[in-house]
Design a protein around this ligand. Structure first.
Ligand SMILES: Nc1ncnc2c1ncn2[C@@H]1O[C@H](COP(=O)(O)OP(=O)(O)OP(=O)(O)O)[C@@H](O)[C@H]1O
Ligand SMILES: [Mg+2]
Length: 247
């Protein structure tokens, strides 16, 4: 099987802005030195991460808040760059990373669908052909002609998932957002994801919902303290995870 995502020894750190040692007065008296220190202070969000995801695999990342899951998806989507190590991705990535990410707040639902389709590499004609399917799936009714800044978070999720689900995903990244959709819509999304799985789409999810992970994913990668604690078949990892956190 061909690899679609390969991380080798990836480390990702962010600048740490709030690192003020010695108090605020001290900071003012030694401003140039303090500024230099602040600039060089780093927070390591991922440390020496290596894994390999094959075509058609369905993998979930789990771990506590702040563990580094979204950072991992950001690196796969190539909106973030590693500080050390390499990230290789083979294939088009359709990311559903954060609420409204990739959407323009002043454009309507329909206009955002067009914009996203074109950004994902489709022609306007192709997007127009899929438009009705996307609108039907979203069940947004008249709101589809309103600017999306008027949408609730669940409505944004509906639009986001409907767009990526109908524009022929190859590698699908979904970070959490489905949890704000209502029960019925979540059900529809998981059905769609089951279809993708059968079609050999590679899916990479972040979720705190163990039940959903069990339904969809065959493999789980558990990140703890910015490193991989466990990478194994879903049942094994989830059993350990539940034991660890007394869930
Ligand atoms: N842009 C940023 N600048 C500075 N630090 C950041 C930035 N983004 C994330 N971090 C830090 O990196 C760490 C990992 O964050 P990340 O968003 O990947 O966590 P997560 O596992 O997705 O958490 P959650 O379950 O809460 O979504 C956190 O400690 C966070 O504070
Ligand atoms: Mg996150």
């Amino acid at each position: 099987m061909t690899s679609v995502v390969t991380f080798s020894h990836v480390t990702k750190s962010y600048p740490l802005y709030h690192h003020i040692t010695g108090g605020f007065k001290n900071l003012l008296f030694n401003l140039p030195k303090a500024l230099k220190e602040m600039k060089s202070a780093k927070f390591t969000a991922l440390e020496d991460i290596s894994f390999d995801i094959k075509k058609g695999e369905c993998v979930a990342f789990i771990g506590r808040n702040g563990a580094g899951k979204s950072t991992t998806l950001g690196l796969i989507a190539q909106v973030l760059k590693p500080n050390q190590g390499t990230v290789e991705v083979n294939g088009r990535v359709s990311p559903l990373l954060e609420l409204g990410g990739g959407f323009h707040p002043d454009l309507t639902g329909v206009e955002n669908i067009e914009l996203n389709g074109v950004l994902l590499g489709l022609t306007r004609k192709e997007v127009k052909e899929k438009m009705n399917q996307i609108i039907d799936f979203s069940e947004l009714g008249d709101f589809i002609n309103h600017p999306i800044r008027t949408y609730s978070s669940g409505m944004l999720t509906r639009l986001g998932f409907s767009v990526i689900a109908h524009l022929d995903p190859v590698i699908l990244l979904i970070d959490e957002v489905l949890s704000v959709g209502d029960g019925k819509f979540q059900q529809k999304c998981y059905q769609k994801m089951q279809e993708f799985k059968d079609r050999g789409v590679t899916m990479i999810l972040v979720s705190h919902n163990i039940y959903d992970i069990q339904r969809i994913c065959s493999r789980v990668i558990w990140i703890e303290n910015h490193r991989i604690k466990m990478d194994a078949p879903a049942e094994e990892v989830l059993t350990e995870y539940k034991k660890h956190y007394c869930l």
